[in-house]
Design a protein around this ligand. Structure first.
Ligand SMILES: [Ca+2]
Ligand SMILES: [Ca+2]
Ligand SMILES: [Ca+2]
Length: 126
């Protein structure tokens, strides 16, 4: 189980908090990358409505939102697929992570858990 926490430490106002776990790999050929995850997102109720947390997957910095909660709540999912097409041969990085656009108090915290993370490669059929 992977766990990422954003915020929750002090009352300093901070925008754009993120964190995650990275996996580097090299493709011999161009193809399709599918990231499969089980996930849970917990954005605590202390946030205001303009503040949100996300569970995110990134490939080389391309940000895909799996789930987003503003102002507090919980969501989860199993075997969620995120697809990236036409991924070029060469070195790449997949990140599974968390993002929080803003926190202004010490009791505001976004937590994301991941389990059963799989990175699947499918060669393009041309
Ligand atoms: Ca608050
Ligand atoms: Ca706040
Ligand atoms: Ca503050």
């Amino acid at each position: 189980m992977l766990k990422i926490e954003c915020g929750g430490i002090n009352s300093v106002d901070i925008n754009d908090i993120s964190g995650g776990f990275e996996h580097d790999f090299t493709l011999a050929k161009k193809g399709r990358i599918v990231v499969q995850v089980d996930w849970k997102l917990d954005v605590n109720i202390e946030y205001e409505p303009d503040e949100y947390g996300e569970a995110i997957v990134e490939l080389d910095g391309i940000h895909v939102t799996i789930a987003k909660i503003a102002g507090g709540g919980q969501l989860s999912g199993e075997k969620t697929l995120v697809e990236f097409n036409d991924v070029e041969a060469g070195d790449h990085t997949v990140t599974v992570g968390a993002y929080n656009n803003k926190k202004t108090a010490g009791n505001e915290k976004t937590i994301v858990w991941y389990d059963n993370v799989q990175i699947i490669y499918a060669e393009d059929i041309v």
